[in-house]
Design a binder for this molecule. Structure first.
Ligand code: UT7
Length: 324
């Protein structure tokens, strides 16, 4: 493998101000802090304000990542936003973000792979950089999932939150990003879905009656097995071993799923970045949010090897192996 490679120049994130705790949810549905904590590890989640959109969250995370990278927005030559909750049907959230950043002309588009969206977006941006088509790319995961939640359905409303995370990728002579492994299997579409959209059931969308539906148990089982396999696939592809990994930065859906993947890697939980307790499941935003938290609190240091992995609706799943 020869250069150019993509390296993470800076990270950023943003969480909306309003916090909803498990105790707040006890007032809405028949649930308990104890049940939510035991089954998921979640204690609270952030909820976007009524006038806050996905591109607003993305903008705050992007500004913070650009500052950390020491880059100006005008230096960006690519913007990729991973989201399942775009501001509009079109233009893409990436185009709206581009305008908010006051930059013009560079390619900007969204990637929709639900909870695996950030890993997919990283893979796309990595290929742009590897091909010499980009030297400074913004990759964002941003979601306002609270807008897709049925607040009377206890089996889903306790699980999700809003937020955004971002990285600035730049071309470098050494990795950086070793590889992304990306997968999908649409035969599982109905296990985790909002089954309405523009060309199907748009009435439901217009009535505000289109919500996340999930067969949690079945998703859980496939997620644990699949994530175990992707860890092995990623290490094997790069000729590395479990001992080489310094940090697991997983998608934050459920503490029990994260623990199972860490066990598979033989990594103690001290080497796993866990934010699901504080943020809940923020879908495409969860990995860049977790990454930024651990970079800023000094846990993740330059030169360390990070394994990111995610699983989500589609099903989609994937990983990224990165020398930070
Ligand atoms: O990010 C994308 C991928 N998404 C995921 O990875 C989510 C994967 N799934 C999960 O994380 C778990 O399956 C859940 C956290 C969603 C559910 O945990 P579980 O241990 O699989 O519980 P369950 O669905 O088997 O439900 C057990 C019981 C049921 O009651 P019965 O039928 O046993 O009487 C549910 O009705 O818990 C009940 N229940 C609740 N009780 C209190 C379901 N939701 C709640 C709730 N509070 N919020």
């Amino acid at each position: 493998m020869s250069g150019p490679y993509a390296r993470i120049a800076g990270t950023g994130s943003y969480l909306p101000e309003t916090v909803m705790t498990n105790h707040d949810l006890e007032l809405l549905v028949e649930t308990s802090d104890e049940w939510i904590t035991q089954r998921t590890g979640i204690k609270k989640r952030h909820i976007a304000g009524p006038h806050e959109s996905t591109s607003d969250l993305a903008l705050a995370a992007a500004r913070s990542a650009l500052a950390a990278a020491g880059r100006a927005a005008r230096e960006l030559d690519l913007i990729v936003v991973a989201t399942t909750t775009p501001d509009r049907v079109f233009p893409s959230t990436a185009c709206l973000l581009q305008e908010k950043l006051d930059v013009h002309g560079c390619p900007a588009f969204d990637v929709q792979a639900v909870c695996t969206g950030f890993v997919y977006a990283l893979g796309v941006a990595n290929n742009f950089i590897r091909a010499g088509q980009s030297a400074c790319a913004l990759v964002v995961g941003a979601e306002t999932l609270s807008r897709l939640i049925d607040w009377t359905d206890r089996s889903t409303c306790v699980l999700f939150g809003d937020g955004a995370g971002a990285v600035v990728l730049e071309a470098a002579t050494e990795p950086g990003l070793y590889s992304t492994q990306l997968h999908a299997d649409g035969s599982y579409a109905n296990l985790l879905t909002v089954p309405y959209g523009v060309s199907q059931g748009y009435d439901r969308v217009r009535q505000g009656d289109a919500f996340i539906e999930m067969r949690g148990n079945e998703v859980f089982r496939v997620a644990v097995n699949t994530l175990g396999r992707i860890v092995d696939e990623t290490l094997e592809h790069n000729g590395m071993s479990k001992e080489d990994v310094d940090w697991l930065v997983p998608h934050q859906a459920n503490h029990r799923i994260i623990e199972a993947t860490a066990r598979r890697l033989g990594l103690p939980m001290e080497r796993v970045v866990v934010t699901v307790d504080e943020h809940a499941n923020t879908s495409a935003a969860s990995i860049p949010l977790a990454l930024d938290v651990a970079v800023r609190d000094g846990r993740i240091r330059r030169g360390e090897l990070l394994l990111m992995e995610a699983f989500g609706g589609g099903f989609t799943w994937g990983s990224a192996l990165v020398r930070y």
